[in-house]
Design a protein around this ligand. Structure first.
Ligand code: PLP
Length: 442
C-alpha cells in the first residue's frame, strides 16, 4: 500500500484533544493510512495497532465492504432529516441492533459520539421517571474511575479526576460508587477478579443516604475502559442489577468500549446474563469508519413515553446527525462483517491466549499489575518518582518512533485491545514489542 504523503508544514493551529500539545508538536506522531492490523506513517512505516484505533476498529482497518457501503450511501442519499422524517435503512439498523441486544432492549436512539449517547441515556432516564409520575427521581449514581465521555452529563457521572477538576460543578445531585479496583486484593488476576462483589452493596449505603425515591439511574461501564481496564469482580454487576431492580432505579451499562465483541459477546450484558435498562454504544458499531453512537432502551421505557396527543413529539431530544445515512450504511456493513467472520465468537475463543500473552509481561521492568479480560488488558507501570505520567509518555514516543507499535497509554497505564481479527502471531508480535518498549523506558 502506498502511503499518503501528508507532511504538514504548519502544526500550530490544530489543538489536539487529550494530548500534550507542546510535546507533540516538537515531535509529531502521524498516521496517514491504515489496513487490517496496521497503520501506515507518512514515511511509509507499518505500525501495528494494539488498541483498535481507540477501542473502535474491531474488524480491522480499511474493510472493503464498509468502504463500499459508505461510498454508495454518499452517492445515493447524502443526508436525510432525522426529525419528522427518516430513511429506510435506519429502521433496518435499529432492528438488527435490538435483535443483538439481550432481553427487551427493543428500541434504539441514535447519536454521534459516546458522550452524546451517555447524555441521551441520562436524559431518557429523567424523562421516563417524570412520565410515570416520579419526577423527583433526578439523582444519578456513577462510579469512581468511570469514564462516560466529556459532555457535562458524562463528566458528572464519570470519576476520572483529571477530566473533572477544571470544569466546575457539573450536574448537581450526582453521587459515586467506589471503584472496584484494589491492587492489594486482585493484582495479576485474569478475567473477572474473585474479590470485590460486595462493593456493589455500597449502592445500598447511597440509597440509605439519599432515598431510592430520589435516584433516577446508576450508570457503569461493565469493564471500566479508559481509566485503564478494570474488570468487574465476579458477581458485582449481578448484584448492582438486583439492587437497582429492587429500588426502581434504572441501570445503564455504558458499553461504548465493551460493545461489539470486546468481551467475546456483542454486548458485555450478555457475558454477565444481565438485562440493563439501557445500553449506550458507539465506536465498534460502524468499525469507527463514520461516527455513530446510540442508546438501546427497554420496551417499558419507550412505552412510558408514548402518551399525550399523537401529533406531539414524545421526547424532545435528538441530533442533526442522528442516524446519518453514511453512518447507518457503515453500521450495516460492519454488522455483516461481525456475523460473517464470527468476530465475537473469535474474541471469546482468543481471550485466554490473549490473557496468557499479556501475563507473560509480568516481571518486565516496572510492571506492577496486568488485567486482561476478553480482548482488552490494562498494564500498570510504576510511575517515575515525582513525575506521574512521564514513563507513560516516554512509552508513547518509544513505541511510535522506535518500535512501530501503537498502543493507548493513559498516564502510566497501557491499554491493549487489538482488533478482533488479530491472529495469535499478531498478539505475540504486540507482546514482544511491548516488552521491548518497557525495557526502553525502564
Ligand atoms: N463512554 C465510554 C465507556 C467510553 O469509553 C467513551 C470513550 O472512550 C465514551 C463514553 C465517550 O465516547 P466519545 O469519545 O465518542 O464521546
Amino acid at each position: 500500500m502506498a502511503p499518503l504523503d501528508m507532511k504538514p508544514n504548519e502544526l500550530e493551529p490544530y489543538w489536539l484533544p487529550f494530548t500534550p500539545n507542546r510535546s507533540f508538536k516538537r515531535k509529531p506522531r502521524l498516521f496517514s493510512g491504515a489496513k487490517d492490523m496496521h497503520y501506515v506513517t507518512p514515511d511509509g512505516r507499518k505500525v501495528i495497532d494494539a488498541t483498535s484505533g481507540l477501542f473502535c476498529v474491531n474488524a480491522g482497518h480499511g474493510r472493503e465492504k464498509i468502504v463500499k457501503a459508505i461510498q454508495q450511501a454518499a452517492a445515493t442519499l447524502d443526508f436525510s432529516p432525522p426529525f419528522q422524517y427518516a430513511h429506510p435503512k435506519v429502521f433496518e439498523l435499529s432492528s438488527r441492533l435490538t435483535l443483538l441486544a439481550p432481553g427487551d432492549l427493543d428500541y434504539c436512539l441514535f447519536a454521534n459520539s459516546g458522550s452524546e449517547a451517555v447524555d441521551t441515556a441520562l436524559k431518557v432516564a429523567l424523562a421516563y421517571h417524570r412520565n410515570r409520575g416520579e419526577g423527583q427521581r433526578t439523582r444519578f449514581i456513577g462510579r469512581e474511575r468511570g469514564y462516560h465521555g466529556v459532555g457535562f452529563g458524562g463528566l458528572s457521572v464519570g470519576g476520572m479526576v483529571a477530566n473533572r477538576k477544571m470544569f466546575g460543578n457539573m450536574l448537581y445531585g450526582v453521587d459515586h460508587l467506589p471503584t472496584t479496583y484494589n491492587r492489594g486484593k486482585q493484582a495479576f488476576s485474569k478475567q473477572e477478579p474473585d474479590w470485590g462483589a460486595e462493593l456493589a452493596d455500597d449502592l445500598l449505603r447511597l440509597i440509605a443516604l439519599h432515598d431510592a425515591s430520589t435516584i433516577a439511574a446508576v450508570i457503569v461501564e461493565p469493564v471500566a475502559g479508559s481509566t485503564g481496564c478494570l474488570p468487574p469482580p465476579k458477581g458485582y454487576l449481578e448484584r448492582l442489577r438486583k439492587i437497582t431492580e429492587e429500588h426502581g432505579i434504572l441501570l445503564i451499562f455504558d458499553e461504548v468500549i465493551t460493545g461489539f465483541g470486546r468481551l467475546g459477546h456483542c454486548f458485555a450484558a450478555e457475558r454477565y446474563g444481565i438485562v440493563p435498562d439501557m445500553i449506550t454504544f458507539a465506536k465498534g458499531v460502524t468499525n469507527a469508519a463514520v461516527p455513530m453512537s446510540g442508546v438501546l432502551v427497554r420496551k417499558g421505557i419507550y412505552e412510558a413515553h408514548m402518551n399525550g396527543p399523537e401529533h406531539l413529539v414524545e421526547l424532545f431530544h435528538g441530533y442533526t446527525y442522528s442516524g446519518h445515512p453514511l453512518a447507518v450504511a457503515a453500521g450495516l456493513a460492519t454488522l455483516d462483517i461481525y456475523r460473517e467472520e464470527g468476530l465475537f465468537e473469535r474474541a471469546r475463543a482468543m481471550q485466554e491466549t490473549f490473557a496468557d500473552a499479556m501475563m507473560s509481561l509480568k516481571g518486565a521492568p516496572n510492571v506492577v499489575d496486568i488485567r486482561p479480560i476478553g480482548m482488552i488488558c490494562g498494564i500498570d507501570l510504576e510511575p517515575i518518582a515525582g513525575k506521574p505520567g512521564l514513563r507513560g509518555y516516554n512509552a508513547i514516543e518509544s513505541m511510535f518512533h522506535d518500535h512501530d507499535l501503537y498502543c493507548r497509554v493513559t498516564s502510566d497505564t497501557l491499554v491493549v485491545a487489538p482488533p478482533l481479527i488479530a491472529s495469535e502471531r499478531d498478539i505475540a508480535d504486540i507482546t514482544d514489542r511491548i516488552r521491548t518498549v518497557l525495557k526502553a523506558v525502564a
